[in-house]
Design a protein around this ligand. Sequence first.
Ligand code: ADP
Length: 272
Amino acid sequence: MNMTNSNIKQEFSQPYYVPVKNEKQIFTAAYNRGLSILLKGPTGCGKTRFVEAMANELGRPLITVSCHDDLTTADLVGRFLLKDGATEWVDGPLTRAVREGAICYLDEVVEARKDTTVVLHPLSDYRRQLPLERLGVTLNAAPGFCLVVSYNPGYQSVLKDLKDSTRQRMVAIEFDYPSPEVEEKIVAQEAGISSEQAKKLVRLGQAIRRLETGGLREVASTRVLIAAGQLVAEGLTFTDAATAAIAGPLTDDVQVSNGLLKMIEVYIGDKG
Ligand code: ADP
């Protein structure tokens, strides 16, 4: 594999995370007491980066699973696989985390199949146990194990909501987009642009967040502002960068898209 020095440095350096509120204190306290943690907030506001930073700070391995609607208990826990004519048990990511005392992060947990609660409940309360039905054993979570799940209340529907019995086994940390000053710092750092340039993008992001339109599924996240900043750093105009990285991903609706393009022109436009 062709690894440049800068790649290698990135892999081993600490995840860059700017605290927004008291999220580090809550996480650390919950972790110390073996409580499970629910990160609530819109997409692209820093939940994943936060878990990476906390795992690093607490010196625990991090095992992340992106949940989707086909994700079953077996995907989390493990299954028997055929190998050289014999069946062999292979641990899933959750089982590995339980054995290793890792932090297990289930991103967008509501997407997972409902039957996964059967294994998540005994793990996320005082028992800290994982039943491996197929093996007929129950594992006690190793010290250091911590279950962290994320959840976007904006996507909530009758069909996809976290059960109360699951929520009440967890300590919730609320996430939102950072204040403009903090977000400017993050966008400048992550995209490699000046704070003046980041300020323009954040001002646009703020304006989009204030819009009241049914046409946007989600507003502009820190993530899309960073992507626009990265395109600017590559030499694109602000207009082109914001059109490609912000307007395009946020909507397919022609009218809403035209509205966003106008906002881009007004807030950061640099087309002659
Ligand atoms: P989520 O998991 O909430 O969807 P991410 O953690 O992937 O969002 O955040 C998207 C990007 O925004 C991250 O890759 C990171 O670059 C940046 N980011 C957001 N919040 C912060 C923060 N507080 N400190 C540092 N970077 C952040």
